[in-house]
Design a protein around this ligand. Sequence first.
Ligand code: CO
Length: 213
Amino acid sequence: MRELSKLLEANRKWAKHMVQEDPEFFRRLLHVQRPDYLWIGCSDSRVPPDQITQTKPGEIFIHRNIANLVIHTDMNLLCVLQYAVEFLEVKHVIVCGHYGCGGIKAAMTRHDYGLINKWLRHIKDIYRLHEAELEGITDDEQRVNRLVEINVIEQLHHVADTSIIQRAWKKRQGPHLHGWVYDLNDGLIRSLIDIPPGTHLDHPIYEFDDLKI
Ligand code: CO
């Protein structure tokens, strides 16, 4: 049980420290959250969004899953996205992957992972779409890392393809969409792609031209 008491003890110290620094801190956040950002990232414990961006409680709304996937039938993600975009009115949606991602690596093998196969299948589909480019990379690590980047770009397009985002773009010219990748080697985030509000999608079949707002 020492592992757990370590967390609770750290929590008590943190709460005390926060009040010492700013006596109104918790009171201010009690009734309202107004984050500017929605973060869609990997569950990997080495990529804690608020720590690597130095955001404080109340500043960043977070959704995480294996390999930061945006799947258009994933109710969990869609509800987070709708809430963040329509009710919190976030200004930015960030999809952030990371080099050396275990989910991406696993999807590039032919190993049977059981239930997880169903999730990794979405990455395998992306691999197939970009096979020519990926197979041209001889170094294994570089090939994984390129798929990490391609995956971020694809998932960001999936965000843009939702009626949630398209409706918001029509209604309030926001949010901006950003694709980032985090490097475990140096702790730095690199920007891969930005999609400003109102941009035409990567394929017109995803565009709704009769959205009710
Ligand atoms: Co990962």
